[in-house]
Design a protein around this ligand. Structure first.
Ligand SMILES: Cc1cc2nc3c(=O)[nH]c(=O)nc-3n(C[C@H](O)[C@H](O)[C@H](O)COP(=O)(O)OP(=O)(O)OC[C@H]3O[C@@H](n4cnc5c(N)ncnc54)[C@H](O)[C@@H]3O)c2cc1C
Length: 552
């Protein structure tokens, strides 16, 4: 029977684009299908901040950061906490290979694609436990110059060159609902053709069916993303060890991140592992200018804000801003409330609040040096100021009594007692004058400022939050924001999908979030951040190369 192409790629997000670009480079023909309209090409990566995990890079060295592959491996393993004999078999191998990639050819490969980085390296997931525990021992978060769109562009361009050369056929509004076999090889992709849609990028497009399709190819790559936009699935797969899922959650991803393709692959015999591992943020704020439903933005916080629970009590050590995402999530969901608060002041918000998302960083996304300098000089950066002015979660007041009234008005109850919150802030402020201090957050802030990058643009000089010169006071209500699946389709190092018996399913490959970014869960339980886009690059490239080789 005739094939329609050498390979079918499902999903035109970053992983699918990278895989397709590799297939084009090898001269293979590809049908690239996506349920969304063409204007949403690039998937989540378009919206992303473009942060990439790199190890021992020139950017790090210029910032006097000493890093190396052994330290990165130690951090990765301490963070992942792999503990499953079967399900972690391939994730462990992927983790090893990925750390080598991040410390090796990743940067030069990206530079060959014209990708450059912002010179100040960020320090995400700082940990706060022992040296072998969770977190980055050193800053490793490299921001792509041009953020997410800047990372997508060179791969999209290669795919479009493939279209011009007659190698690639783009099939948008094609929603896959089934995978089929001929003689044991998975070679058939079928589904619904959805009606044309003019929905703007990121907004929900219609699911009205206008027809049906069936394509055949020698190999199929699933690059359909994760489950973060499907709260029903997030709740169904929510791990018991994290307590009950919050009653309300914001969405950090568009609705097309629906996870349905994972079930379709499972029904075709694929092994779908580590489904209970996921990565959701605890610093979510409601977008005052939403693109998708329940649209939340993640604050990428510096370390100084006081993080208090719904009743105004500080979170336990080391749950400081930017230290341990999942530890904080676990604490919050077992607290009985869905929200927490950052309490801070103008000085801290001006220096320490960054917002994740390409559209929230027009200076970096637009590659504007002038814009970046303007941000560094601004009292409060424009996008953060817009949230202060319009955001439903922000309270800005000159004195603490008014701040507490505002906080209680936001939640519609009297959960915060001014005396409780005042006691926490006064006690913390007193430690600013104590050169020794037993307050580990104060110690962490002092430590952070020993890193040039933090001192320059990420960590405010230690000061009293109640000092009127640092005011006004600010409180930000934070909610859980769904984002990533860490589990996924189990794959070997060639991105071949394994069946439930552990052997490769002939013809089927997976990449990106659908493959748990490689192996079905390269992150284990937790991430060091900036590892997701890199996981799409690494696993997308592996899938494209392996499929190109297989269909020769
Ligand atoms: C705001 C934001 C900021 C982020 N910042 C960072 C960051 O700084 N660093 C980092 O490492 N990561 C970041 N991420 C995460 C990262 O962007 C994603 O994990 C990654 O882009 C996922 O890419 P993907 O190709 O696997 O999936 P997706 O981008 O989800 O693409 C999958 C595609 O498959 C299509 N599809 C799904 N099912 C079907 C079907 N049945 N039929 C046809 N098509 C289908 C979808 O429509 C979609 O286009 C961020 C994400 C967001 C949203």
């Amino acid at each position: 029977m005739a094939y329609d192409a050498d390979v079918i790629v499902i999903g035109a997000g970053l992983a699918g684009l990278v895989a397709t670009a590799e297939l084009v480079a090898a001269g293979r023909t590809v049908i690239l299908v996506d349920q969304e309209p063409e204007q949403s090409i690039g998937g989540q990566a378009h919206w992303s901040f473009g942060g990439l995990f790199l190890v021992d890079s020139p950017e790090q060295r210029r910032m006097r950061i000493r890093d190396g592959v052994d330290l990165a491996r130690q951090d990765w393993l301490g963070t992942a906490g792999f503990d499953r004999e079967d399900e972690d078999r391939w994730p462990r191998r992927w983790a090893d290979a990925y750390v080598e990639f991040a410390a090796g050819e990743k940067r030069s490969w990206l530079r060959q694609h014209g990708i450059r980085f912002f010179p100040v390296v960020g320090w995400a997931e700082r940990g706060g436990y022992s040296a072998t525990g969770h977190g980055n021992s050193v800053p490793r978060f490299h921001i792509t110059w041009g953020t997410g769109p800047g990372l997508v562009a060179p791969f999209e361009q290669r795919v479009r060159e493939g279209v011009a050369r007659g190698l690639v056929r783009l099939c948008f509004r094609h929603r896959v609902t089934g995978l089929g076999r001929t003689g044991g090889t998975l070679d058939t992709v079928s589904g619904e053709v959805l009606e044309p849609s003019a929905a703007e990028r990121g907004t929900a497009s219609s699911r009205e069916v206008a027809g049906a399709f069936e394509f055949r190819a020698q190999a199929v790559i699933v690059a359909s993303g994760g489950i973060g936009g499907n709260h029903e699935l997030v709740r169904a797969q929510w791990p018991g060890r994290l307590g009950a899922p919050p009653r309300t959650m914001l969405s950090g991803v568009p609705a097309h991140v629906d996870g349905l393709m994972l079930g379709i692959a499972e029904r075709a015999g694929a092994s779908h592992v580590n489904q209970d591992r996921m990565w959701h943020y605890t610093e979510g704020i409601e977008n005052w200018n939403p693109v998708w439903a329940r649209h939340g933005i993640r604050i990428l916080p510096g370390p100084s804000s006081l993080w208090v629970d719904a009743r105004g009590r500080r979170l336990p050590v080391p749950l400081f801003p930017g230290f341990d995402t999942l530890g904080t999530l676990e604490h919050i969901v077992t607290s009985g409330y869905d929200h927490t608060w950052f309490v801070l002041d103008r000085k801290i918000i001006g220096k320490e609040f960054a917002l994740s998302g390409s559209e929230q960083n027009p200076d970096l996304t637009g590659r504007s040096v002038r814009g970046v300098i303007g941000r560094a000089r601004a009292d409060v950066p424009g996008p953060v100021r817009a949230f202060m002015d319009h955001g439903a979660d922000f309270v800005v007041e000159e004195d603490l009594a008014a701040l507490v009234r505002g906080m209680n008005a936001v939640t519609g109850d009297e959960l915060i007692d001014e005396a409780v919150l005042r006691r926490e802030i006064v006690a913390r402020d007193r430690e600013i004058r104590n050169p020794f201090t037993k307050d580990l957050q104060v110690t962490a802030v002092r430590g952070a400022r020993r890193y040039l990058g933090d001192k320059l643009i990420r960590t405010a000089a230690p000061h009293r939050i109640l000092d009127p010169a640092a005011g006004p006071l600010i409180a930000v209500r934070l909610r859980v924001l769904t984002r990533k699946s860490l589990g996924g389709l189990e794959t070997d190092l060639s991105s071949r999908v394994l069946g439930t018996d552990g052997t490769p399913l002939a013809g089927l490959y997976a990449a990106g979030e659908a493959a748990g970014f490689g192996g079905g869960g390269v992150h284990g339980y937790r991430s060091l951040e900036g590892t997701f886009l890199g996981g799409c690059l690494f696993s997308g490239r592996a899938a494209g190369r392996a499929a190109a080789e297989a269909v020769r």
